[in-house]
Ligand binder design. Structure first.
Ligand code: SF4
Ligand code: MG
Length: 316
C-alpha cells in the first residue's frame, strides 16, 4: 500500500446552540508515503478541522481514518501510543502553542520523556542536536519562548515535533503568521527535513501560492467539502473546479510586467454559513458557472483524468 494515510468520508460536526456546524462533511483523500499533500481553502472551509480530526484532537462524527493500514479509532494501549508518536502537528501560531513558562529544552524534551526515548545526558544531547537540526543552537536551550522571533519560535515548534521521531507531520498554516521574508526559510527547512528523514506532510494553507513550492499534490476545500484534488503542476496549469480557478486567478504575479494569462475572477458574496449551507453544490451561490441542476444535486468527487479529481456538474 503506497498510502500512509487514508481518509474516507470524514465528518466532523459541532453542535453550536441549537444548530449543527458541519465543519467537515464527507471528505475523502489519501496521502502517499513521503509526499506533501497541500490542503487549501478560505478560513472556515474545514481544513484545520480536518487536520485536527485526523490527529485525534477531535473525535470524528463519521468516516474512517486509516494510518499505516490500521483504523485509528481501534488503536489502544501500545499501538495508540505509537500512533501518538508517529503523527505530529505543527501549529499556525508558534507562540500560542509553546508554553511560556517552559524552557526550550523542556518544551522539546517533553515528548522525549513521554515516549521514554532518552534520559540524562543522552536526552540533553538529543535536544541540542534537534536545535541544530532546525537552525538554532545549544545556547538557546535554557531560554523561554518570548525571547525568540516568530520564525525562531516556529523552528522550536518543528524541533518539538521532530523530537519523537515522527513519520507524518500535519502542518497547520505553519507560515501564515510569519513575515514574508521568513516564510521561505521555514518552507526550505521543512523540505530539507522531509528529504533527510523521509517525512510525509499534510500541509494546510489558506492560499494556493503558499503551497505551490512544497506540495506534490493539492486538495482544495470549500465549506467542509473537498472540491478538487490533483498533482500540483496539473492543478496550477489545468484547474477544473470554478472555485480553484478563482483562487488561482487571485495569486499575485511575481513580475507585474508579465502579462496575466488568467482573467482575474472575483467571487461575489461571502462564504455562506456552514450552519446552513446551500443545497446541492455548496459553491453555487458564488459560482460564475452555476446551472439549475447545481441547486438540486450535490456533485461527488470524481476522477476526471488520471489522478485529477473534481466535484462539479460541469464534468458529468
Ligand atoms: Fe459551479 Fe455547479 Fe460546478 Fe458547483 S457544480 S462548481 S455550482 S458549476
Ligand atoms: Mg485554520
Amino acid at each position: 500500500n503506497e498510502y500512509i494515510l487514508e481518509v474516507k468520508d470524514l465528518k466532523k460536526h459541532f453542535h453550536v446552540g441549537k444548530g449543527i456546524v458541519k465543519a467537515v462533511d464527507g471528505v475523502t483523500f489519501s496521502v502517499k508515503k513521503g509526499e506533501t499533500l497541500g490542503l487549501v481553502g478560505e478560513s472556515g472551509c474545514g481544513k484545520s478541522t480536518t487536520g485536527r480530526t485526523i490527529i485525534q484532537l477531535y473525535e470524528p462524527t463519521g468516516g474512517e481514518i486509516i494510518f499505516k493500514g490500521n483504523k485509528i479509532e481501534k488503536l489502544k494501549g501500545k499501538k495508540l501510543k505509537q500512533f501518538n508518536r508517529e503523527m505530529q502537528m505543527i501549529f499556525q501560531d508558534p507562540y500560542a502553542s509553546l508554553n511560556p513558562r517552559m524552557t526550550v529544552a523542556d518544551i522539546i524534551g517533553e515528548g522525549i520523556d513521554i515516549h521514554n526515548l532518552a534520559t540524562g545526558k543522552e536526552r540533553m544531547e538529543r535536544i541540542y542536536h534537534l536545535l541544530e537540526t532546525v537552525g538554532l543552537n545549544k545556547e538557546h536551550a535554557n531560554r523561554f519562548p518570548h525571547e525568540f522571533s516568530g520564525g525562531q519560535r516556529q523552528r522550536i515548534g518543528i524541533a518539538r515535533a521532530l523530537a519523537v521521531e515522527p513519520d507524518f507531520i500535519i502542518a497547520d498554516e505553519p507560515i501564515s503568521a510569519l513575515d514574508v521574508s521568513i516564510q521561505a526559510q521555514v518552507v526550505n527547512l521543512l523540505q530539507d527535513l522531509q528529504k533527510e528523514k523521509g517525512l510525509t506532510y499534510l500541509f494546510i494553507a489558506h492560499d494556493l501560492s503558499m503551497v505551490k513550492h512544497i506540495s506534490d499534490r493539492i486538495g482544495v476545500m470549500y465549506l467542509g467539502n473537498l472540491v478538487e484534488l490533483a498533482e500540483s503542476v496539473e492543478l496550477y496549469e489545468s484547474p477544473l473546479h470554478p472555485y480553484t480557478e478563482a483562487l488561482l486567478s487571485a495569486i499575485p504575479l511575481p513580475d507585474p510586467k508579465v502579462e496575466r494569462t488568467r482573467e482575474r475572477i472575483i467571487l461575489e458574496g461571502d462564504v455562506p454559513s456552514p450552519m446552513n449551507p446551500p443545497s446541492g453544490c455548496r459553491f453555487r451561490t458564488r459560482c460564475p458557472k452555476a446551472m439549475p441542476e447545481c441547486a438540486i444535486e450535490t456533485p461527488k468527487l470524481k476522477e476526471i483524468k488520471p489522478g485529477h479529481f473534481v466535484a462539479c456538474h460541469l464534468y458529468n
